[in-house]
Design a protein around this ligand. Sequence first.
Ligand code: 3NM
Ligand code: MG
Length: 520
Amino acid sequence: MSAKSKFDLTLYLVTDSTPEVLGGKDICHIVEEALKGGVTLVQYRDKHADTGLLIETASKLHAITKKYNVPLLINDRVDVCLAVGAEGVHIGQDDMNIAKAKTLLPQGAIVGVTASSVNEADAAIENGADYLGIGTMFATPTKKDTKSIIGTRGTKLILSKCQTGTEHNVGCVAIGSINRSNVQRVLHQSTFGSNKLNGVAVVSAIMAAPDPQAAASELRDRIRSAAEQFYISARPGVKVAADVEEVLGQMPAVIKKHVLSSVLCHNMTNTVVQNFAANVCLATGSSPIMSLNGAEAPDLAKLGGGLVINMGTITPDIMSAYQAGVKAYNAAGNPVLLDPVGGGATSVRRAAIQTLLATGFYSVIKGNEGEIGAVMGSSTTQQRGVDSGPSISNEEQKADIVKWLAQRERCVVLMTGATDYLSDGSRTVAISNGTKLLGSITGSGCALGSVVTSYMAVHRDDKFVAALAGILHYEIAAERAAANPSCRGPGSFIPTFLDELYLFGRDEENWNLHKTAKIK
Ligand code: 3NM
Ligand code: MG
């Protein structure tokens, strides 16, 4: 039969018969429930059973998948596939080679191949693979002998270099610890330009679920709505303001919405700035909570606010709280800002950045030049302490770096400095507001992170616009504080700044930002 033209990789169920995953349950029942929930392709995978049992089970499964018009593939065993007339096979790098499998199988049989690198993907495509199973995405107890964990970055590399994904005839799915809470970010972060994964493959997320039908149906829903929650910047269907005038024109409404919001701003921030950041939140109209307890993140994440992860005073305990935090906010679809404070300064911090980037999705990554360099993984921007260090790039390069990183991470990136650069990968602005006094007090960058976060939580239509509104609210208030006669230096700047943050936000006369903001 020619199933090839019809196969759909959206939600690919790979079975497992081990006690750890299947328990005492009936594999046929689970597969049928999963099909009812919307699984689009099934692979029978059993690394331990004898040939007789493999054929018996495969044949029962095939009777079920046929009812739902879904192809059944057999892991590794061309002989079992032929014996039951299944639609194809899935072969790993250590299994029979693809050319051999193709000569044994009938015309039109589906042959999928596992690939974990660009080379393996290229070779599989050249040899006629119909799709690629790309993995291992994240470490998984279901496959203990996995050779490489490639994450979304490795997957994206394959999508960028190989003739695979939605732009090509060779589809691809990712596999390895994909489940309801990470499926959307896996799809979002793996995307390269218009080339995307065609879907995901899962074992335990369905096989070990208490209700496999509900699990499959929830995964289908989340795959379908991925773009809604993890949009790069603007929500699908929103008319994006493209030029600076138009973007500025949206600011007054966004600021007004924010100051009246009391939106929750959850700060997992460093011990130095707790008090100042909380005061800045109150002055700008958000409602701060300073909690470094990962266990309460899932409850807080549901309250509609945003989360700041600020690595300023990082410890091993706090690392796990950050991870719990980003996972909880991703699952709830609420924004997270990553502020990798001092990111380039020590190997602990450089490693922490990589771990955090692999753990979740950040709507905004914010940092000074050295910190952004550390996020990029560049070794040329070594940092001293947590300050910005020497300026090594010219202004043009900074804008390019920020745009490039926004495209790589598919999020909004903010590089702070005398001039700030903000980009969502397509729109980039340079903001020259602010005052030197911001550099004379501690925590001014950290508190800006809180403001940008709460603005994103309030204005969901366009994160780029939201972030810019937060930056302008903050920096124009700082300018006004510096110009205020009651400000005589860093000490008196702080209370004056808090007043101006409060007053600026509530004084609509100041919202004629066309005249005030210095955006290039
Ligand atoms: N293949 P779960 S990972 C069958 O990397 C399989 O090629 C992998 O199981 C690969 O969804 C894997 O339970 C197991 O994490 C995936
Ligand atoms: Mg195999």
